[in-house]
Every structure is written in C-alpha cells, then in structure tokens.
Unconditional design. Structure first.
Length: 329
C-alpha cells in the first residue's frame, strides 16, 4: 500500500512566507529611487559623499572615489535596513501587507523622523535643526513616495506564499485610517512648531557686543531699554569682518531688563530675543535674512509669523555690511 502524495500538508509545515526577497528588493528599489532624487537635488558627487560624511564628518564632501563608493554602500545599507524593519514587522502586523498604500506612506514619514531626529543627530554631522520648511517638506515627500511606498508595495507582492498567516489580521480599516490621520496631524503639528527656528544654545556662541539703553534716555529707543547682547554662530562670526554672511549664519539680539543695586548695573529678566537667520534663496525679499522675534522666555511662538519686512526696512540701512548693524570687536 502506498501513501498518497496529495495528503494536505500539516499547518506547521506550510511553506514559510518569504522574507529575504522582499527585504532585498524593497531596499534596492527604495535605495535606487532615493539616491536618484538626491543626485537631482544635490548633484552626483555631493549625494554619495554627503552620506559618507555621516560617518567620516563633513570633510568627506571633499573626498575621492573611495569616499563616494563608501557613501553609496552606506546608503543602500540604510535603505535595506529600513525595508527589513517593515518586512519583519509585517509578519506579525498583517495590515502592513493588506493596506500597503496607507501604511507605506506613513512608514516613509516615520523613516524620515527617525533619520532626522535620531540618526542625523548621532551622525558625525551632529545636526539638530533648525529645519528649513521647504527642505523638510521635500524630505518627507521623498521618504513617503520613494522609500515607504516602494518597500510596502514590494513586500505585499513578494512576501505572501499562500501559506497560512498568523498574527494580527482583519484590522478595521476605518479605525486604521483614523489612527493614521491622528498620527499625521500630531506629526504635522509637531513639525509646524519645529519650523520656528529658536536657537536655544546661543548664549554659548561668539559674543559680538553688549549695549545698555538707559530708561528715559531717548524716547525712540524706549522699546530697547535694558541691556542687550548680540551673539553670532560660527558661520556668522566668519561673515562679520567682510559683511558677506554665508547661508546658515545666525545672529541673536537678546534684550534683558536691568537692575541697579549698590552702584552696580546687572541684567535680570529676559524681555525678548530677536533672531536673524541667513538663507539667501528662501528670504530674497529681506536681504536673504529670516527675522524672528520671541517674547520673554518663549521659544515656540515667532511673533513675526515669518514676515520680517518691518525689521528689514530698518536693517537694510546696514546694506554695506550685509544688513547687520553690529561689528565684531
Ligand atoms: C529702527 C531700526 C531697527 C528695526 C526696526 C529693527 N532693528 Fe534690529 N537692530 C537695529 C540696530 C541699530 C541694531 C544694532 C544694535 C547694536 O549694535 O547694539 C540691531 C541689531 C539686531 C540684531 C543683531 C545683528 C545686528 O544687526 O547687529 C538682530 C538679530 C536684530 N537686530 C533683529 C531684528 C528683528 C528680528 C527685528 C524686527 C522684529 C529688528 N531687528 C528690527 C535696528 C533695528
């Protein structure tokens, strides 16, 4: 008597769903799309050397072909890691396969957040804001459509083997979409706040100068009464001697109350913080500077809401020194 060969397979010996193929294919697709967009935005040379710089430091931007190849390798390693996290998670969270479109887009956004809030600050660049709105939107979109979506699509197509799936299935689509929308709003709100570029470490920058405007000394200077300090970040300090301030320059004017006691004038409560940030492409109309004003100790509300035209109307008088009045001693 022979055993029939078409006895159904026991569930535990069902073919396992594929994992490595979707990881490799998803990583390759996302990596290729993303680096192509980086070539278009940053140029052939800078895109890969820029990635290598995450490991080697900004000097990598002047590196040779070896640095370029290292950057390309690192880039695809990161893309494959991002694909692996999605594919492995989708073994348990089946809705990542069932609703690949929505999930892929949100996964791309999550990948952008992880890269910008965790990986880049830890990298050799140590970057941590300020974020420029246009670069941020472009970054998030690239991650959603060129990284998250290809990974989730390939995973949904290549991973299923017809075997039984165990894990979280039959997720309520409406609830999923609701959760996704709330997440989206939370992330957007967080980032809308993040685009206010408050330079929180400025007291440790280069001290440009300090001035005191005494109460009642000049009615035109009433709003400036107190003690003010001007601080420049490293880029701005470079620009001071010539008045050619490179993009990324930040200058802070901090105004504080003064108190007099026993013949000594000291600073006390902070009244406000005025900020100038150089980005010549984005703020063409105001001499290449973004102007911001923060009242008291607030760090989140830019009182100017992005329009620095009244500030510039006066600062443009310093046009022979890049719209900056103060001089570095
Ligand atoms: C009426 C003219 C005037 C207006 C309006 C004005 N500023 Fe200024 N600002 C000055 C002068 C003058 C200085 C130099 C103060 C000093 O050297 O002690 C200065 C200094 C600064 C500095 C330090 C860099 C520099 O130029 O020396 C910043 C930052 C700044 N202002 C931001 C602002 C912002 C933001 C606004 C708008 C909310 C603004 N300013 C509006 C006249 C003006």
């Amino acid at each position: 008597m022979t055993v029939s060969s078409n006895i159904p397979l026991a569930p535990h010996s069902a073919p396992r769903s594929r994992l490595f193929l979707p990881i490799l294919a998803g990583g390759a697709a996302a990596g290729t799309f993303d680096i192509t967009s980086a070539f278009i935005t940053f140029g052939w040379g800078a895109a890969c050397r820029g990635v290598a710089g995450g490991l080697l430091g900004p000097a990598a931007l002047r590196g040779g072909i070896g640095t370029w190849l290292l950057g390309l390798f690192l880039h695809f390693t990161i893309a494959t890691t991002i694909a692996a996290v999605y594919c492995i998670t989708s073994r348990r969270l089946i809705f990542l396969r069932e609703h690949f479109f929505v999930c892929g887009l949100f996964y791309g956004m999550a990948a952008w957040l992880v890269m910008n809030l965790i990986v880049l600050p830890l990298s050799a660049y140590h970057v941590r804001g300020p974020y420029q709105l246009h670069a941020m939107i472009q970054g998030i979109e690239v991650h959603m459509f060129l990284i998250g979506l290809p990974i989730s699509y390939i995973n949904s197509k290549l991973s299923s083997s017809g075997g039984p799936v165990r894990g979280l299935t039959g997720v309520n689509t409406k609830r999923m979409t609701g959760i996704a929308c709330v997440l989206f709003l939370a992330v957007s709100a967080g980032y809308a706040a993040e685009t206010v570029q408050y330079p929180d470490d400025f007291p440790r920058w280069v001290h440009v100068s300090t001035g005191v405007v005494l109460a009642g000394a000049d009615s035109r200077l009433m709003r400036e009464e107190g003690m003010h300090h001007i601080f420049a970040n490293a880029k701005a300090a470079e620009g001071y001697p010539t008045g050619n301030f490179p993009d990324g320059s930040i200058i802070v004017y901090e105004l504080r109350e003064i108190e007099q006691k026993d013949g000594v004038i000291r600073e006390s409560q902070r009244k406000r913080v005025d900020v100038m940030i150089k980005d010549s492409a984005q703020y063409k109309d105001t001499g290449g500077w973004r102007f911001e004003r923060f009242w008291g100790n607030d760090q989140t509300q830019d009182a100017l809401h992005g329009s620095g035209t009244t500030c510039f109307a006066c600062h443009s008088k310093a046009n022979t020194h890049g719209s900056v009045f103060s001089q570095l001693r």
